[in-house]
Design a protein around this ligand. Structure first.
Ligand code: ATP
Ligand code: PAF
Ligand code: BAL
Length: 318
């Protein structure tokens, strides 16, 4: 049985841990997560373990990437279960920060009531995150990293504070953990591309690895949010994978146009009872929408099943 990972809650202690190992010549691989770990996360952890001497996993549900109207409060958690899973994989440290943002008394998940308060900063201006809403007057944190073009489309359309929050928290985590390598899942395709771009543009000394999507045996992409689907919704949600698979086949074998492919996915998911947020076919790196697939593209979808919004994608390499 592997030894328990060290659980580190303080950001200064995390940096100290990293630096003490790095000063002895150890390399460090890092997997940032929001916890409630499933096989998708564990695949990233295994990949990380194979690439460096030591593996660090962070578990942190970041209020800076959720809008007050989103599901921060409903996000599932099971720290004890997560730590067991990570111990089995021989992870060396788990960073569960309690002081990542210095924004006062509410702790990092903030004050729920304040988050819901109408008239919190920005209510008539630009959209705000739960982090700012909890602080009320916006004090404590005011620096944001934005990857301006890549954050605009796809999930950025319906989650306007999301990628600003992700890029910022990942930059903070990189500065604290100081890893050599970090592993992200391609399930969150736009997020992975945004992190690659941020690392390139801001000269972070971190190599980013994109890890393939891990699916349930019937094809549904693993996601922490799947646990919130009712059995009926879980069945309907399979239409995402089925429709993406059909669209990919049609793209490769039937020369369908992107408009036809998108219509096919929208029709199949809608008929199954899902509510489409977006279906888009974009270039793999720039995420610019394409009309025909004659170079590497990816078909991306977000759809609601009841109160749960799921995302998925499939790369198409003609
Ligand atoms: N099925 C999966 N296959 C590969 N990587 C995954 C999968 N699910 C999550 N990941 C990756 O794990 C990392 C942490 O993601 P996160 O903790 O948000 O989990 P999640 O399952 O994506 O949760 P949710 O989508 O419900 O927020 C991200 O890099 C994400 O892309
Ligand atoms: C990268 C991340 C840990 C940042 O909070 C999160 O967006 C996630 O889990 O995908
Ligand atoms: N994996 C994405 C995190 C989020 O939806 O907030």
């Amino acid at each position: 049985m592997a030894s328990e990972p060290e659980v580190i809650r303080d950001k200064t202690a995390m940096r100290r841990w990293s630096r003490s190992h790095r000063s002895k010549g150890k390399t460090l691989a890092f997997v940032p997560t929001m916890g409630f770990l499933h096989e998708g996360h564990l695949a990233l952890v295994r990949a990380a373990g194979a690439l460096a001497d030591l593996t660090v996993v962070s578990i942190y549900v970041n209020p800076g990437q959720f809008a007050p109207s989103e599901d921060l409060d409903a996000y599932p958690a099971d720290l004890r279960g997560d730590l067991h899973k990570l111990a089995d994989l021989g992870v060396h440290a788990v960073f569960c920060p309690t002081n990542l943002y210095d924004h006062g008394e509410g702790g990092d998940r903030g004050d729920v009531q304040a988050r819901r308060t109408e008239g919190a900063i920005g209510s008539s201006g630009p959209p705000v995150s739960c982090l700012e809403a909890a602080a009320g007057d916006g004090s404590g944190h005011e620096t944001w990293v934005r990857v301006e073009k890549l954050e605009r489309g796809l999930c950025g359309m319906s989650r306007p504070v999301f990628f600003r929050g992700v890029a910022t928290v990942v930059a903070k985590l990189f500065n604290i953990v100081e890893p050599d390598i970090a592993v992200f899942g391609k399930k969150d395709y736009q997020q992975w591309r945004i992190i690659c771009r941020m690392v390139h543009d801001l000269d972070f000394a971190v190599k980013i690895i994109g890890s393939e999507i891990v699916r349930e045996s019937d094809g549904l992409a693993m996601s922490s949010r799947n646990v919130r689907l009712s059995p009926k919704e879980r069945e309907k949600a399979l239409s995402i994978y089925n429709s993406l698979s059909k669209a990919k086949y049609a793209a490769l074998h039937e020369q369908s146009t992107c408009q036809e492919l998108k219509s096919l996915v929208i029709q199949l998911v809608t008929e199954a009872g899902g509510r489409i947020d977006y279906v888009e076919i974009v270039e793999q790196e720039s995420l610019i929408p394409v009309e025909e697939i004659n170079s590497p593209a990816v078909i991306c979808i977000a759809a609601w099943f009841g109160a749960v919004r799921l995302i998925d994608n499939m790369e198409i390499n003609p």
